[in-house]
Design a protein around this ligand. Structure first.
Ligand code: ATP
Ligand code: MG
Ligand code: FE
Length: 334
């Protein structure tokens, strides 16, 4: 079964072709990072305009790289939520047009489900598993298990305030580092010391909180600057990195033990983080899986794989044409 998948929820335009839910025949990603860098973050209006320019060439390239035509495609998968509304609309409208003109069923996919299933790309995941999705806008912990031959993803906890990626990006901005800040902080932290030793917030259950860490560092930096003291970006980066990684580790460790799982899956943009990867190597008696770098940040391959499992789990009616699905910006709007 071949699925053509389209992703345009933020500032990456991506089209992929996936075979039998595992094999990536192509995964073309056109990122707008260099365009938005100048503004210190993604400018929604500019992002949607660039998606319009990029979508057709990226789509053409994805088919070419996979060495197939639309006649070989069984389904078209597309991200319809959550994300920037203008950006989502470009991908969704494009997907609807291709689907309608070629009579190929359309499958709407939740972007965060895509991040969860990026762990299944080119690998056999042993279930039950705990999945940690750490991205620009989300920090979610899931329990994933099989029931009646279907894969169930149960949300155990989430951030009560800022997401991890957002925290990295905001602190990076305060330090005057370019967008996106996560990779910059990750790089600088290697040469830094954990001078701040930030205490972990007390949050019940499997939920997370990062706003305290963000406020603590912001106040520290402002205070030192007011006193005209030199601040070391490396030391701040290391302090942030340690605080975040330890908060994540604690909750993940609790979930891994309590749910007695075989595998730990980490996904989303922040799963590219080297400090996080190193710390999570500590889970020695279970399999720890991080996606390849190109499947960590936004990509269409993960959307195609998520669609494969939605079909397999019969979560979606593939006889229905789904042309009534809307682009939905946030989960609250659902
Ligand atoms: P969401 O998936 O929640 O809608 P998004 O799509 O914007 O948000 P992703 O593309 O999955 O998020 O990830 C982007 C985020 O990952 C950014 O916040 C970026 O700073 C962060 N990131 C990327 N690489 C690293 C790294 N090495 N260390 C820390 N953060 C990183
Ligand atoms: Mg992005
Ligand atoms: Fe994402």
């Amino acid at each position: 079964m071949k699925i053509l998948a389209i992703e345009s929820s933020c500032d990456e335009t991506s089209v992929a072709v996936i075979e039998d839910g595992k094999k990536v025949l192509s995964n073309i990603i056109s990122t707008q990072i260099d365009i938005h860098k100048e503004f210190g973050g993604v400018v929604p209006e500019i992002a949607s305009r660039h998606h319009i320019e990029n979508i057709l060439p990226v789509f053409t390239q994805a088919l070419k790289k996979a060495d197939i035509t639309l006649k070989d495609i069984d389904y078209i998968a597309v991200t319809n939520t959550p994300g920037l509304i203008g950006s989502l609309l470009v991908g969704l409208m494009f997907a609807k047009s291709v689907s309608f003109a070629n009579n190929i069923p359309l499958i709407p996919i939740n972007h965060i489900n895509g991040h969860i299933f990026s762990s299944f790309i080119e690998s056999d995941v042993k279930l039950p598993a705990i999945s940690l999705v750490v991205s620009g806008g989300h920090t979610n912990l899931y329990y994933i298990y099989e029931k009646d031959e279907k894969i169930v993803t149960e949300l155990l906890g989430e951030t009560l305030d800022d997401a991890v990626g957002e925290t990295y990006d905001k602190i990076a901005r305060i330090l005057g580092l370019p967008y996106p800040g996560g990779p910059q902080i990750d790089r600088l932290s290697v040469d830094g010391k954990d001078i701040l030793k930030i205490k972990k917030p007390k949050v019940d259950g499997y939920n997370f909180s990062f706003s305290g860490v963000k406020t603590f560092i912001t106040n520290y930096v402002n205070h030192e600057r007011m006193k005209k003291n030199e601040i070391s970006k490396e030391d701040i980066s290391k302090s942030l990195q340690e605080a975040i990684v330890n908060i994540l580790y604690d909750k993940v460790e609790k979930a891994v033990k309590e749910k007695n799982v075989k595998t730990l899956l980490v996904a989303g943009g922040v799963s590219a983080n080297k400090g996080l990867r190193k710390k999570f190597e500590n889970f020695s008696d279970i399999e720890v899986h991080f996606p390849k770098m190109e499947y960590c940040t936004d990509n269409a391959a993960m959307i195609g794989v998520a669609a494969y499992y939605e079909l397999k789990n019969k979560k979606i009616d593939d006889k229905k044409n789904n042309y009534d699905v809307d682009a939905i910006s946030t989960k609250e709007e659902k």
